[in-house]
Write a protein that binds this ligand. Structure first.
Ligand SMILES: Cc1cc2nc3c(=O)[nH]c(=O)nc-3n(C[C@H](O)[C@H](O)[C@H](O)COP(=O)(O)O)c2cc1C
Length: 185
């Protein structure tokens, strides 16, 4: 395996900068950027290409604040977000795990797209108790629910600061990446 400082590592570095942002400035988000983020999401691959998602792009500050209130503390990134994208997933017996996997792919793509556009984004997980209110706020049909909302905006200076000491944000490579056999470096 190549070292962490090789050219491969350098080229994937933009991905390593994709982190959870929970605090945003008042600067508005360009509608074109939001469209690009939604497109990145809808182009995600899904199991059997079922595309179990629909994406609700939210820009109204009143709705963003009410969504933030609906699911604290998980939704705290929505307090200051200037925009958000809610992932409305279809309810389907027997497909919960596969749909959650697909949803996660779309969510991560939105975080990556935001980062590539010099924006910040963060996941807000909607607990099951908060889902009926979120469904009402977003006008969801009965056969869909929202578990993930991506908060989007321009990160504050504080939000750009590392949240943990250098080298502490992830488990070390030798504890997480093995060669040929589990546990072997
Ligand atoms: C499935 C999932 C659910 C998450 N839910 C929330 C959440 O509800 N609220 C939140 O602020 N962060 C949430 N996060 C973000 C994680 O807390 C964050 O990715 C983790 O602490 C690592 O931080 P970093 O991405 O900035 O390195 C979630 C992340 C994942 C993958």
């Amino acid at each position: 395996m190549t070292s962490e400082s090789g050219s491969g590592a350098h080229r994937v570095r933009p991905l390593l900068r994709v982190r959870q942002v929970r605090e945003f400035t008042d600067a508005p988000v360009d509608p074109d950027a939001l469209g690009a983020i939604a497109d990145a999401a809808r182009w995600s691959g899904s199991s059997r290409n079922t595309q179990p998602w629909r994406f609700v792009v939210i820009r109204a500050s009143e709705i963003l604040r009410r969504l933030a209130d609906a699911g604290q503390p998980q939704t705290r990134a929505l307090e200051t977000a200037r925009a958000a994208v809610a992932i409305a997933v279809i309810r389907e017996q027997g497909s919960a795990v596969s749909h959650a996997f697909d949803e996660g792919r779309a969510a991560e793509r939105m975080l990556i797209a935001a980062s590539l556009l010099d924006l910040g984004a963060g996941i807000a997980w909607i607990r099951s108790e908060a889902r009926p209110l979120v469904a009402e706020l977003l006008g969801l049909p009965d056969d869909r629910f929202v578990r993930t909302i991506i908060a989007i905006g321009h990160p504050t200076e504080a939000a750009r600061e590392p949240k943990s000491a250098r080298g502490q944000a992830r488990l070390p490579r030798e504890e997480t990446v093995f060669s040929e056999r589990y546990g072997r470096n």
